[in-house]
Design a protein around this ligand. Sequence first.
Ligand code: GTP
Ligand code: MG
Length: 210
Amino acid sequence: MNQDINYYKNKSIFISATNTNVGKTYASEKFLRYFARRGLKVGYYKPCETGVISEPLDGSKMLKLTKELNPQFNVNINEVVPYQYSLAAAPYVAKGNTTISLEFLKQRKDYLQSLCDVLIIEGAGGLMVPLEIDLFIIDLIKEFKSEAVLITPSKLGSINDTLLSIQALESRNIDFEFFINLYEDKQDFNIVSEPFLKDYFKTLQFLDNL
Ligand code: GTP
Ligand code: MG
């Protein structure tokens, strides 16, 4: 992380992951608290949530926290999660024959950004999750001009998943930081995955140290 907190003013942080259920929402909470602790007014945006029964769970939980941390972020859940679908699937599939508008998502991002210093944006699933046939989560990072954060898992398979996601980001010239969510197979991580990751990356960042 950049030690100059002012670097993040008027910026957005796009939190993606190697896959669904890796810890994006958990990371969003960490980042919201990290910036609020350092005196920045925080905001949260989840462009799309699927598997929504009565209300978007990620969006509602994070909006509640965001309002506690920044009472000026006075918006409702449908503004924070504009596209909501009941089918728990990739947005492209869950939306059926309706449309997800990139222009609309960008306008909404700009609006939410205007209500805070730093906007935490949570993706859906992993980087290559489709919203439209030619629009993927990874594309939103560039379209939103966000700082990219990749959350990677600690369970077996972490090496492969981490390298593949990094390759996708690098192939699009997206600068990023990645954080390991030391959670699943926590007790085995330092034996099973860390030896390679340490040799390869030299330094590792862990979400819990934020
Ligand atoms: P989707 O948005 O559904 O793609 O998932 P996600 O990437 O946001 O994952 P999420 O943060 O919801 O984490 C998945 C599950 O693991 C949730 O039930 C979390 O509460 C739990 N979890 C993730 N990381 C941690 C952790 O470090 N500690 C604990 N105790 N629970 C965690
Ligand atoms: Mg989530």
